[in-house]
Design a protein around this ligand. Structure first.
Ligand code: ATP
Length: 327
């Protein structure tokens, strides 16, 4: 680390919570204090910033949180921060408290807020990718994805037990909004017969034919993993279509918010800890507008502008693997 003018930094979580955010907060606080700077926690994201809900964090204040899902700082969505006036107010509050830089743990929306705060008011910002959706451009990984996949896989394994016992078809809806990442991984890891991605049209004829082929081959259950897409509940319309068009009865299970909670996996704890650590070092090394990213298996820094868009594309090799194995 080089000589730095940074004396006080703040950290907040914004957007949806994800397991592992606590690990990142802990790493930010301990790396900062270890480097001789003061670290402040902002409660409830940008909304808390505008309310001045800011407190100094000590080494012990982040003790015993590494294993917990959610975020000790809480998080929120804050429409006011979408306005220039809101961001000016936020910048003034940080300046009044003599906070030199801000670390934002969140998704691409939160990054856009941080980017504007920097561009409009010169405040150094660092983004740490925190969302279960793994849908931020510029990084192969976002904190919470592994835990969410693990939760969903455990749930689908349980559903498979009952589906087998009753020779049933289940449509299991997983989170991820327009990102196909969770659905694809869960589909591969549970041996699902079909995965419905938000990025492709639903081919009901193929789904029905696949299920029929499986039954003829002696399968006692079928699992269809459906990515939620824009709004939760798409699995009900899939169920209706399969019944009406092919007289195929399927049960629906929407996993919902259980995928957002739970103890972070070791992978999430490791990546989040390293990202929190590296984020503070980057600020001390004079980074002004950057993000921690995971590329080719390594945590590193990148310009925040690499990460301002949502990523919806999927890994073609995962689709090929799924297709090859679900015959
Ligand atoms: P997730 O992926 O979990 O939804 P996210 O960070 O993308 O996380 P958003 O709801 O998009 O979640 O954004 C969180 C907050 O970031 C918003 O409530 C708002 O305060 C701020 N924000 C989002 N987009 C912008 C923007 N374009 N300009 C300024 N601030 C923004």
């Amino acid at each position: 680390m080089t000589e730095t003018s940074i004396k006080k930094i703040a950290v907040l979580c914004s957007g949806g919570d994800s397991p592992g955010m606590n690990c990142a907060i802990r790493a930010v606080v301990r790396t900062g204090i270890g480097a001789g700077i003061e670290v402040f926690g902002i409660q409830k994201g940008y909304a808390g910033l505008l309310e001045g809900a800011i407190r100094e964090l000590s080494v012990s204040s982040v003790g015993n949180i590494i294993q917990h899902g959610g975020t000790m700082l809480q998080t929120s969505r804050c429409p006011e921060f979408m306005t220039e006036e809101g961001r000016r107010e936020g910048a003034n509050i940080l300046k009044r408290k003599k906070i030199d830089a801000l670390i934002v743990i969140g998704g691409d929306g939160s990054y856009n807020g941080a980017h504007k705060l920097h561009m409009e008011h010169g405040i150094p910002v660092i983004g740490i990718p925190g969302t279960i959706d793994n849908d931020i451009d510029g990084t192969d990984y976002t904190i919470g994805f592994d835990t969410a996949v693990q939760t969903a896989v455990e749930a689908v394994d349980k559903i498979r037990d009952t589906a087998n016992s009753h020779a049933r078809t289940f449509i299991v809806e997983v989170m991820g909004r327009k990102s196909p990442a969770i659905a694809l991984k869960v589909g591969i890891c549970t041996g699902a017969e079909n995965v419905i991605l938000p990025t492709t049209n639903i081919d009901f004829k193929k789904i029905a034919a696949d299920i029929d082929r499986g039954i003829k081959r002696g399968k006692t259950s079928s699992i269809i993993i459906a990515a939620e897409g824009e709004v939760e509940g798409i699995s009900h319309s899939i169920q209706k279509n399969l019944k009406e068009q092919f007289n195929l009865a399927a049960h629906v299970c929407i996993l919902g918010h259980i995928q957002r909670g739970g103890n972070p996996t070791p992978t999430d704890r490791m990546i989040a800890s390293e990202m929190g650590h590296v984020a503070v070092k980057a600020l001390l090394d004079q980074h002004k507008c950057s993000a921690t990213v995971f590329r080719n298996g390594k945590v590193m820094m990148a310009p925040l502008t690499d990460c301002l868009r949502k990523k919806n594309e999927f890994d073609e090799s995962e689709v090929n693997l799924l297709t090859a194995l679900s015959i």
